[in-house]
Design a protein. Sequence first.
Length: 99
Amino acid sequence: MHCFVYASLRKPDTYVWLSRREGFDLLPETLALMLGDLRFALEVELTPQRKLPQEDTQRVLDNLREQGWHLQTPPNETLVACNRPNHHHELDLDPSVRR
């Protein structure tokens, strides 16, 4: 699959993989706002045989096919939940937790 990788200028070491060049309309609005401006980083032909240093290749391919994008965060970040297709659903927060 041919894909395009963009780096977030707001979040260091955070990248968005897109199934089409400048396909920013594929991103959920909240994610786009969080990432801020994006800089083109890489155009690549991604195949199941290609090994990625920080991501599971099959997971990236699945996300690109299903939703058109994949979010790559630094290894210790917890934003990977954004890659789930149901990320628009309301969170079920524990009422005992104060904000």
